[in-house]
Design a protein around this ligand. Structure first.
Ligand SMILES: O=C(O)c1ccc[n+]([C@@H]2O[C@H](COP(=O)([O-])O)[C@@H](O)[C@H]2O)c1
Ligand SMILES: Cc1cc2nc[nH]c2cc1C
Length: 346
């Protein structure tokens, strides 16, 4: 399956028409600021005059990371599987926010390092966590492709269930290390500017994490121009799956709400595979994780919210969703100057 073959550029003409229509609505021109830009983007993405974003569909991809053996996270590896159970039982932040916004929610085990005996998850384990990329490639090239395809299929399945907006997130202890390494390769920036606290490590461990990443990049020598090579050598299975889900949403002209640092890293890989996919993305929030800034910049986007989140699991994207919904409803439901009999400016 070619996951980028059917991605079309967004419909810029539809966007121009939406822009002109928004200027006839009962408000001074431009007075709904960013909401107007989002409404135009939704029209471009969907090709519809009055795009809908409800119901949204949330997919959380979970996987583990061999690099945790280097002591780069504040939490132990078991937390990935334990949080998957928390998702299944409805107690995590993303469960709360998914209920709040009326989202369908799916949790996919694409590479957790333990067997999870639960019915409420989609079992698509490619392997029991990645290898420690300081020592060996994180995964085989075929495994990276497999995870990418799983993500694509889950994205497509959620769209077939009726999702009008795909909200993507992840769970994986150690995945800020993998993400920082990937963003370092893609941006060419100094790792010192891209490595942050993750789940809450202190300054000394941050310096250690920087060295681990530097060492891994030197040992693995990923090809900057080959996103599958980057994923195989430094990636995470959940990062590959999110990349695939993004490409599925772009294929089906469904808006994609990107969460924090890890998701934005996956979005950068999707951009490498298909630059047109970027126009289908909206970044939900600015993560407090230091490397997010560089990733967001590379994507050429501006996050909707800035609430100091650094949780992951799609929390920031889900909290940003009502704003995207406001943009869609503004376009659909506001009266025009003509229809409401309101005098336009002199
Ligand atoms: O999305 C973010 O911006 C974000 C920033 C920091 C941490 N996280 C979450 O924390 C976990 C990774 O942190 P760490 O320290 O184990 O690399 C993983 O489960 C992510 O969902 C997520
Ligand atoms: C408790 C916990 C919850 C999370 N959710 C996403 N990443 C996480 C990391 C931890 C440690």
């Amino acid at each position: 399956m070619n996951v980028t073959a059917h991605i079309q550029p967004v419909d810029k003409e539809k966007g121009r028409r939406a822009r002109a229509y928004i200027d006839t609505l009962t408000k001074p021109q431009g007075s709904l600021g960013r909401l107007e830009e989002l409404a135009v983007q939704l029209a471009e993405i969907t090709g519809e005059d009055f795009p809908l974003v409800t119901p949204p569909g949330v997919i959380i991809f979970a996987a583990d990371h061999g690099v945790v053996k280097e002591g780069v996270s504040a939490f132990p590896q078991e937390v990935t599987a334990q949080m998957v159970m928390n998702f299944v039982n409805g107690g995590a932040a993303i469960n709360v926010f998914s209920r709040q916004i009326g989202a369908m929610l799916e949790v996919v085990d694409v590479g957790v390092a333990a067997d999870i005996a639960a019915d409420g998850i989609v079992h698509k384990k490619v392997r029991y966590g990645t290898g420690n990329f300081c020592e060996i490639d994180a995964m085989a090239r075929e495994e990276a492709k497999q995870a990418l395809h799983i993500g694509y299929e889950r994205g497509e399945a959620m769209i077939h269930r009726g999702a009008k907006c795909l909200i993507l997130g992840e769970m994986g202890i150690g995945n800020t290390t993998a993400s920082s390494a990937i963003v370092a390769v893609l941006s060419g920036k100094d790792v010192a500017d891209l490595v942050g606290r993750g789940t809450g490590i202190g300054q000394e461990t941050i310096v250690h994490k920087q060295k681990v990443i530097q060492r891994a990049i030197e040992a693995r020598k990923p090809d900057k121009n080959d996103p599958i090579d980057i994923l195989a050598k430094l990636g995470g299975l959940e990062i590959a799956a999110i990349t695939g889900a993004i490409l599925a949403a772009a294929t089906h002209r469904v808006p994609i709400l990107i969460d924090g640092f890890i998701c934005t890293t996956a979005a950068l890989l999707a951009k490498e595979m298909c630059p047109d996919a970027v126009d289908y993305m909206v970044i939900g929030h600015r993560s407090a994780e230091i490397g997010h800034e560089a990733a967001v910049h590379l994507l050429g986007k501006k996050p909707i919210l800035d609430l100091g989140f650094r949780l992951g699991e799609a929390s920031g994207a889900a909290v940003a969703f009502p704003i995207l919904q406001s943009a869609a409803l503004m376009l659909k439901e506001m009266a025009t100057f003509d229809s409401a009999g309101v005098s336009n400016r002199k």
